[in-house]
Design a protein around this ligand. Structure first.
Ligand code: KG4
Ligand code: ZN
Length: 340
């Protein structure tokens, strides 16, 4: 038996400080997540300056916790991985700086991981037999991409959002409805009892780009509906509005993925990113895949949001490809998933 490859991974791109030890890209030996969401909730969104400071305070005990949980010493690791892009620059820098320091002190190779590649890789942990190629919908707070995953480290973006990301639209619509930040999960809950046919909301298309998304018009329609009702002193059933909004998002994503699968046929569709926790979207895409007779994969809820286990999973494949970073590594706020 070959010796397993064990990687310590660090994630700090937004408001979660996370560390994990992952074996051979598929087995999670430990995973620690320190979320700052309660603090940012007071401001209705992530405050970048606060996020950086909290990462700085938490990163040592989060990494130590992951090592202890895995029952390992730094010397036993094969590599140290870190999310270097995309994300809040001040937040990313904390993880990158810490990982570089650890790499220098231990002499272990450093692996730079793209956050969205990590979201895709969450599925490798959940589905041990899943292998590229496949088509993937990545829907997070900052990005909405349809990606052809050609190989573990080779990606082709087929479609992308022209304005708001799906998660951003969920959060902004939820905020207008009076739900706390981050509001995606509240819309999801409200949709379970609301009537999705109660409101007719737009499903915008991007002229000439059938695989691209535009969610800002849908979000604005929700905000306008609420404003108009307030002005006219009409009571609105927020659960119905939430359900109608979620249904519209599911319709849009389902339709674009259908077109993308016609053009880029694959026997597996994968869902990834924070919005992959949405119960309506999971059910819809599963049904779509059943109709097409293709496999549908999504992560368990524990791996949908930001975590370091997914970074450790992707890091293994970057390591096998020889994608090793040096100590000149810097954090990058915005970076395409295709280019390493
Ligand atoms: O991937 P993620 O954890 O962070 C980024 O990389 O952006 O995604 C966070 C996003 C937020 O917008 C959050 O509201 C959304 O994922 N989200 C959901 C649900 N759970 C989280 N959106 C819809 N339904 C959910 N159940
Ligand atoms: Zn994320």
């Amino acid at each position: 038996m070959e010796k397993p490859i064990r990687i310590l991974a660090i994630e700090s791109s937004c408001d979660e400080t996370a560390a994990a030890v992952v074996e051979n890209g598929r087995t999670v030996l430990s995973s620690v997540i320190s979320s700052q969401v309660e603090e940012h909730r007071k401001y209705g969104g992530v405050v970048p300056e606060i996020a950086s400071r909290r990462h700085c305070e938490n990163i040592c005990w989060v990494v130590d916790g992951a090592m202890k949980e895995a029952g390992m010493t730094f010397g036993e690791l094969d590599a140290i991985a870190v999310t270097y892009a995309p994300g809040l620059i001040g937040a990313l820098l904390v993880g990158v700086g810490y990982a570089k320091g650890l790499s220098m002190a231990t002499g272990k190779p450093l692996i730079a991981v793209h956050h969205l590649r990590g979201h895709v890789a969450a599925n490798y942990i959940a589905h041990p037999d899943l292998k590229p190629p496949f088509l993937c919908m990545i829907a997070s707070g900052g990005h909405s991409h349809i990606v052809e995953v050609q190989d573990y480290t080779s990606f082709k973006v087929v479609g992308r959002t022209r304005d708001d990301a799906a998660g951003e639209a969920f959060d902004k619509a939820a905020r207008a409805m009076g739900y706390p930040y981050p509001g995606g999960v509240y819309i999801d809950k409200a949709s379970k009892t609301g009537d999705p046919k109660a409101f007719h909301l737009p499903k915008p298309h991007v002229e000439g780009s059938p695989f691209d998304f535009s969610f800002s018009g849908l979000k604005t329609a929700v905000i306008n509906t609420l404003h108009t009702a307030k002005q006219r002193e009409i009571e609105i059933n927020v659960e119905n509005l939430a359900a109608s909004f979620q249904q519209a998002v599911c319709d849009i994503i389902s339709e674009k993925l259908g077109l993308a699968l016609d053009e880029y046929p694959h026997d597996t569709l994968v869902l990834a990113g924070g919005v992959s926790a949405n119960s309506g979207l999971r059910t819809r895409l599963e049904a779509d895949c059943k109709k097409r007779n293709i496999r549908f994969c999504c992560p368990p809820l524990s791996l949908c949001g930001d975590n370091a286990a997914m970074i450790g999973a992707q890091a293994y494949y970057e390591f096998l490809e020889g994608n090793i970073a040096d100590l000149s590594l810097n954090a990058v706020a915005s970076k395409k998933i295709e280019i390493e």
